[in-house]
Design a protein around this ligand. Structure first.
Ligand code: MIC
Ligand code: SF4
Length: 643
């Protein structure tokens, strides 16, 4: 067996390990973050359990830490109290980004972790099978239920050689994105093997597994070897190490080979992470902003390397340059060795240890500005500036952009800096976490306070026998969750208030959408969305399903769906339907009147929909039995409660 199969087998509660068939997995650890966490915890409460049932559940606050007005700090208070009440660890605002913190402090090789954030697979860098999921799936895992997914295909990524010159771990994953694209990983786990693996440290591996999310992959995983042991011992938890490797005769569903020696610095151009070119091709392009950090590239080694390059130099006068460390541990190490003083002296603006600009929480680029970021997503408008041009690069490339004020050819950069080692003294920051009381009876006495912005969950009606209504929006390919439910400070502050946040659904795509959807809903009819390929790629935010459902959307008719979003639609009782014939996508227009009878399947799970003036249009109905039951019940929460 390969590593992924070994871990899955050890956690398999139901199903067969055959690619595509549904499996139920026992979950060891969960993580939630504030922007998805309030919903996840409200859902957990609704399940009526007294305690989390996992080995470990951690509630992080890292996405929105701006506390502009009462809403956001009320959310933070709720998250702290609810964690204390139900037995989860709480990580307060400013401690760091969930994925970096989890890697440093909690993730263990051989375990299964699910998190209400699409970049949860970061922990694959330490050999932990980790997956992003909707908040409700995480709530259920916290309540001791299995996590159900189709058994992924396991793809071997064989690494040979070693990185040379200025090429970094980021360039490995950008190369994979260049080759496979943002849909290239759907339904797959990428397992890294080969001699190149040993040349990569755990944080470097984590950069790669992190951005496996941009391939649409279910997870990405590295072996647990001596480098893993070394990292865990530096983090003061060598006892968490176990050896993990594929069997010598392990087989895979597919294989991709990358020779690390051949790689050069790469950049993803606007507005997709797979729009990748060599940095040399961009030479001469003026850079208005550089932003360093995010869960992809905020480790000590990443930022130390930036400090080494920038030592004694200054950021270009027209290049606004900011940095957020992934954790207080990283920040403390950079302070203790004097590097942070150097960075500040070079003109770098230091931000709080949090997601910050990555999710549009401040530090937006200027109008039409070119922003160079060490992050993982460059979707249009995500930075907070609709017409900004965002490029994704490694920390080393970012440092040269900051100094030069433009992209330059790596051939002009001189000698590559050495890969940094951890400093002698590695501080622990674990005293910042709030650990729950051991005694459950004591925990029960905690009364969870909810601010006025925390609105109780709405209950949804079961699936109707007949869905009659109209198409309220038609969109193209590659619609991301940032298009559906935008982020940024103003909107993210409403994540605990579905009626309020619903006002912003598709607001950046079509301002009239909300009104249109509501008027169809209020007339007792159903709203339908029509979309192209890979609908819902990007974030795990279930608000991108929950808020449309609140607005009366009952089905999304698309050419294909991204994995987590499809699951979120089902979890909230929205039918994800796939066009059988691409031409019908063209024929179906805004305002088309629709009548669907979702309970009536024709042969081969075909599903006919009557469209006024067009006749029958066929959809593929690829829901598993269990998934169909969820939609029928009006969503997962209803389903579990009924049971
Ligand atoms: C993202 O990177 O898009 C986010 C913000 O981390 C999301 C979660 C969210 O929307 O809260 C994700 O990746 O799942
Ligand atoms: Fe935070 Fe950005 Fe990572 Fe999402 S991708 S978890 S917003 S740092």
């Amino acid at each position: 067996m390969n590593i992924a199969e070994k871990i899955i087998k050890a956690h398999l509660v139901s199903g067969e390990m055959e690619a595509g068939s549904e499996i139920g997995l026992r979950v060891d650890q969960t993580l939630t973050q504030d922007a998805t966490g309030t919903m996840a915890w409200l859902q957990f409460e609704a399940l009526g359990r007294d305690s989390v049932q996992t080995e470990l559940s951690v509630s992080y606050v890292d996405h929105n830490t701006l506390q502009m007005g009462f809403r956001n700090p009320d959310d933070h208070q709720f998250l702290r109290m609810v964690a204390g009440r139900y037995g989860a660890v709480f990580s307060p605002a400013g401690t760091g980004i969930c994925h970096q913190l989890h890697l440093e402090n909690f993730a263990k090789p051989g375990k299964i972790l699910i998190g209400s954030d699409s970049h949860t697979p970061t922990a694959g860098g330490i050999g932990c099978l980790s997956m992003g999921a909707g908040g409700l799936s995480v709530a259920l895992a916290m309540a001791g239920e299995t996590y159900n997914i189709p058994m992924p295909q396991i793809v071997e990524v064989r690494l040979s050689g070693a990185l040379q010159g200025f090429a970094q771990a980021k360039d490995i994953i950008l190369e994979l994105l260049r080759r496979l694209g943002t849909q290239g990983g759907v339904g797959k786990i990428f397992e890294y093997t080969g001699e190149g693996v040993a040349s990569l440290s755990v944080p470097e591996r984590a950069t790669i597994t992190n951005m496996g999310a941009e391939l649409g992959a279910t997870a990405s995983i590295f072996p647990s070897d001596n480098r893993t042991k070394e990292f865990l011992s530096k983090m003061g938890r060598e006892e968490d190490w176990v050896f993990l490797a594929p069997d010598t005769n392990a087989s895979y569903d597919d294989c991709v080979e990358i020779n690390l020696t051949d790689l050069v610095p790469l950049a993803a151009r606007p507005h997709m992470p797979d729009n990748v070119v060599p940095v040399s091709e961009l030479a001469g392009l003026k850079v208005d902003q550089v932003a360093m950090g995010s869960c992809t590239n905020s480790s000590y080694a990443d930022l130390k390397q930036v400090a080494d390059i920038m030592k004694g130099k200054f950021v270009s006068a027209h290049t606004d340059t900011c940095m957020a460390c992934g954790s207080k541990q990283v920040l403390t190490m950079l302070m203790e060795n004097g590097d942070m003083a150097g960075l500040l002296d070079s003109g770098v603006r230091l931000l709080e240890c949090a997601c910050g600009p990555c999710i549009g929480m401040g530090s937006s680029p200027k109008s039409t500005g070119v922003s160079v970021r060490t992050f993982n997503r460059n979707f249009e408008g995500r930075s907070g500036t609709k017409d900004a041009q965002v490029y994704l690069v490694s920390p080393v490339t970012a440092a040269y952009c900051a100094i030069n004020g433009e992209f330059t050819d790596p051939k002009t950069w001189g000698t590559a800096p050495e890969k940094p080692e951890f400093p002698e003294h590695i501080p622990s920051i674990r005293h910042h976490f709030r650990y729950p009381l051991e005694d459950e009876a004591e925990r029960r006495k905690i009364e969870v306070v909810r601010g006025p912005n925390i609105v109780a969950l709405e209950s949804f009606e079961p699936l109707r026998e007949e869905l009659a209504g109209e198409v309220v929006l038609k969109v193209g390919d590659g619609i991301t969750t940032d298009h559906i439910m935008p982020a940024g400070a103003e909107i993210t502050a409403l994540r605990s208030n579905i009626p309020a946040i619903s006002e912003y659904v598709f607001s950046r795509v079509d301002e009239g959408f909300g009104q249109r959807a509501k008027s169809v809903r209020d007339s007792g009819k159903c709203g339908f969305l029509v979309a192209g390929k890979n609908y819902g790629q990007g974030s795990s935010r279930e608000h991108a399903a929950l808020a449309p459902r609140h607005l009366g959307i009952r089905a999304v008719m698309a050419l294909s769906f991204a994995r987590i979003h499809r699951a979120n639609l089902i979890n909230f009782g929205i039918l994800p339907l796939i066009f059988e014939d691409e031409k019908d996508y063209e024929r179906l227009t805004l305002g088309a009147k629709i009548l669907a009878k979702p309970m009536v399947l024709e042969n081969n799970n075909r599903f006919a929909v009557e469209v006024e003036g067009l006749g029958k249009i066929y959809f593929k109905h690829d829901l598993s039995k269990q998934e169909f039951q969820l939609v029928r019940a009006g969503g997962l929460l209803n389903f579990v409660k009924n049971r």
